[in-house]
Design a protein around this ligand. Sequence first.
Ligand SMILES: [Cu+2]
Length: 123
Amino acid sequence: MAAGLTVGVSLLSYGQSNSRFGTVGGYNPALVVVAVGTTIQFHNQDSFDHTATDIPGSAFPQGNPIPSSALVQSGTDVAQSGWSSGTLTAGAYSQVLHASTPGTYLFGCFYHYPTMRGAIIVE
Ligand SMILES: [Cu+2]
């Protein structure tokens, strides 16, 4: 397996910070910077449910843009539109997501957007 990064998922542990995309939080790191070829996995560190789900576009919408289809796991690459961890129960890990294509990919939690959101930058 290629070098991988685990992103912690916790509404309780990881507070808000400012970024050039606006406020991010609930993930650690919330601004994920990786090289092409890296893999990313999300790990729920809370005792309740979260998701990490692709948000299309280059800016965070005000209202929650994440559809209920996000509750089912889909996608194997962050460049795939609509990828989602599905519901991550307490302690669960997401599928392994590949970072194959340079770009910026916004993501958030179905349950806790806009408090929980972040960005993956693949360079
Ligand atoms: Cu959440």
